[in-house]
Design a binder for this molecule. Sequence first.
Ligand code: IVH
Length: 705
Amino acid sequence: MGGTTPVEALTEAGAAAELARLATAIARADAAYHGADAPEISDAEYDALKRRNAAIEARFPALILPDSPSGRVGAAPAEGFAEVVHALPMLSLGNAFEVGEVAEFDARLRRFLGLGEAEAPLAYTAEPKIDGLSLSLRYEAGLLVQAATRGDGSRGENVTANARTIADIPSRLAAAPAVLEVRGEVYMRHGDFAALNARQAAAGGKTFANPRNAAAGSLRQLDAAVTRARPLRFFAWGWGEASEPLAATQAAAMARLAGLGFPVNPLLRRVLGPEALIEVWAAIEAQRATLGYDIDGVVYKLDDLALQGRLGARAATPRWALAHKFPAETAWTRLEAIDITVGRTGALSPVARLMPVTVGGVVVSNATLHNEDYIAGRNAKGEPIREGRDIRVGDWVQVYRAGDVIPKVADVDLARRPAGAEPFRFPLVCPECGAQAVREPGDSVRRCTGGLICPAQAVERLKHFVSRGAFDIEGLGAKSVEEFRALGWIAEPADIFTLEARHGAALAARDGWGERSAANLFAAIAARRRIPLQRLIFALGIRHVGEVAAKVLARHYGSWPAFEAAMTAAEVGRGPAWEELTAIDQVGTVLAGAVVTAFRQPAERAAIDRLAAQLDVLPASRPQAAAASPVAGKTIVFTGTLEKMTRAEAKARAEALGAKVAGSVSARTDLVVAGPGAGSKAQKAAELGVQVIDEAAWLALAGGG
Ligand code: IVH
């Protein structure tokens, strides 16, 4: 299907023709997939079209079509970076903070792989976790053609021009696979960071809080000449798409990357079993202060790549890797006040205002106090924590922070408590709207009952709505949301899409905005009228529905009309729609209850309907490899003992093939895989006339063994 000229080699005329061709091909594939017809091309081919389109748009922003399939609008390329769709998602890592969790990790992998205690220990690599920002470098025919930030894991920013200025990153590879994506961390060394800040200060410019921020700020520069002047470094830690396997093991693949000219961390080791991992971890921690760059832990990866493949990934993290963090850094300071903030679900959160103190190189003046029980010195069960010591304004408190997470107040020094300090009285009404704040039985959090009439909840919901994993509207961040709300221009999400019609002229005339910014904002809003189902579900801001749950729901129901109809039909605790919802793997009754309740509340439901009326919701994307698989879209239940693979592996395999795995048999089950000892589930399947197969037949279907 043509289009084989490397993007780098395209002329402007060639690029324009290519973009037109790609737009037609993608529109056609969309129609075939979204309509009732069978898909005409595979997911992989479809992704390749989208990626090529994005790569050409990144190189020729002026040629972006008004109805570009990337959903981007033409013109205004200077407003930000073009978007890149990652060929394979950029996953993040599961964390461990305790030494004991390392043995659990190893045991978990052994269980998943069905290894007995007598079998040999597993081999792992261990290497420092660099505290920088990740970057994916795409090489085609040995040439660097694209560099992208992680972004939300599936879509990042195109920073190719900037990456080319980093000396550690080769622009050309000898003897590389035809397609190779090398992934790693961009970081800044301590000495370079200090010198940069000194230069910035001398020039009256902005200084950076830490090397990580400096690296991020330097890479995400619209002018590559600025990036060039910044001392950025790179360590490779892995790879994404590769047209041929790099090696059979993680260690050998990393050696291969080193051979291709990528910096690989010199502390990387290959060892056997969890005890040896902990030894490497301790040895790296002992050197931490003298490395000259920030690391925040050690990353363990299963060495055997075939076993990595069998283990696969959960929603956002691979099962075969673990980040073992270093202990948090701590400091003591005075608690000056306790403020209560109100979140989007009405939760009243106590925030400690602190006398500023440096914790692990970062100045901290706010920290979380979690909830009222935590302040009072007890846990959710009413048992004492900190030996029952409560926390009072005026106290000296210990603050700790680990990695990027919000600093926490850990402890209090009673010996330094000022005379007359009073126990903290947690408010019983919402400080923002005055409505009652209540705690439901079993909930550790006190919540405002004001709902949408509470200004704090309304603003937080709007901020959530425009946030990264949700609508992610360029130019509409938390600050603008607050501004528009204060003006009375927007009260709920639907209002964002009618803003131009109602206040377009006023915004263009407004201080700090102007015609061009207003036009860009409205273009960005218009571009988001077409929105993937999972983003919409996440954006609704329903309690317990994070990005992962939103994706699970979107994949299950497929389209907005189907999802909306199912939620309208559902009643908490009973009926077929409720059963279908709670039978979805990863959907528990708490989550299900929150979704159904949101759709049943008249005010909330009306706001959802007003929003949906403004949108063109794209159906959920198919799970990878689904098209070719005979079990794609089927609901499978495993029961009894499997002999060739563990239950966990069977489930992961089925999901990778696009099937849904449910825990119980119902009329909606398509297939039951029954091993020896299968009991009531196999029986129920027989009663319902659901097909039951044995493990051998399952392996034949799943194409493995
Ligand atoms: S492996 C699928 N190795 O940490 C494997 N990540 O918390 C994904 N990082 O997004 C990552 N040093 O940006 C890996 N040696 C290392 C790393 C590393 C730093 C970052 C990376 C990732 C994040 C996850």
